[in-house]
Design a protein around this ligand. Structure first.
Ligand SMILES: [Fe+2]
Length: 280
């Protein structure tokens, strides 16, 4: 296992919370039993066919690299695998290998659709094809004490599926409300991050449209979202926004920042998190 330990990052928010709790005790108390750590394989855009190796055979090269990723992830046996969207570079290729690949993972998989899967604007026929391979485009799952909500950020851009967007917004609001009522800390997963530099940045290819961005961020923070795991940018990003951290990993297709191909293994503990790079 190749891991870059320098990339281990601890969450100041958790460390801070633990310190405050310790100071507030009048009498020393035995430390509460720490909850077991959970591990999530965070996989950036597989996007078969977008890679720079292999020329016309880029699809095959990207696929072979992703098959190595599956073997690596299966050796690690995380509690969850998150696929951050853009499954193939050309949308109709999604039926070629993904049905087979999804049977190979030995851990539960959460997948989110990207712009290369659904299009901008989001097209109904692409949504149906994606659902035919990956199931629903948004899902919620509890792992340990954490609530994972895998959304569909493509609805924030133009869509011909207006009714589907309405249903999604309703579902997301209900999932966040349920998590808050149950005191479940939340990890949101989606293809496009809310922002890449700062919350007030202009509209661009890599972020949520500014109209609605601040309201969505506020909604996330109000409902206990600690992390936002995303893809789309094809470059490594770590951003803090108040109590929330946005994380974008390396990919196995093309990294615009020239980092090696691989994925990130996130480890969540009560006192922080690790986000280790694993090369493939
Ligand atoms: Fe992509």
């Amino acid at each position: 296992m190749e891991q870059n330990r320098r990339d281990f990052i601890r969450s100041a928010a958790f460390l801070g919370a633990a310190a405050v709790a310790g100071r507030s005790s009048a009498q020393p108390k035995p430390a509460p039993k720490a909850a077991a750590a959970i591990r999530i394989a965070h996989c950036g855009d597989p996007q078969f066919g977008f890679g720079q190796e292999g020329g016309k055979n880029a699809y095959k090269y990207d696929l072979a690299r992703f098959e190595r990723l599956i073997k690596s992830v299966n050796r690690e046996r995380p509690d969850l695998v998150f696929l951050a969207g853009d499954m193939t570079h050309v949308a109709h290729d999604v039926t070629r290998d993904w049905p087979r690949l999804l049977t190979l993972f030995k851990s539960p998989v959460l997948a989110t659709p990207g712009n290369h899967d659904l299009g901008i604007p989001l097209l109904g026929r692409r949504l149906a094809r994606y659902r035919g391979v990956f199931g629903y485009d948004y899902k919620s799952m509890k792992v340990g004490k954490w609530r994972f909500i895998s959304g569909n950020t493509m609805y924030w851009h133009k869509t011909e599926e207006v009714e589907e967007k309405r249903k999604y917004e309703e579902w997301l609001a209900a999932e966040l409300a349920k998590a808050k009522a149950a005191h479940e800390p939340v990890i949101l997963c989606g293809h496009i991050p809310p922002f890449v530099s700062n919350a007030g940045e202009k509209d661009g290819y890599e972020n949520y449209p500014k109209a609605g961005r601040a309201a969505r961020l506020k909604m996330y923070l109000d409902h206990g979202v600690h992390y936002f795991l995303s893809g789309h940018t094809h470059r490594l990003i770590v951003r803090a926004h108040k109590g929330m951290t946005i994380l974008n990993p390396e990919t196995t297709s093309r990294n615009f920042d020239q980092l090696p191909y691989g994925y990130r293994m996130m480890t969540l503990r009560d006192d922080g998190y690790g986000w280790d790079f694993i090369r493939v």
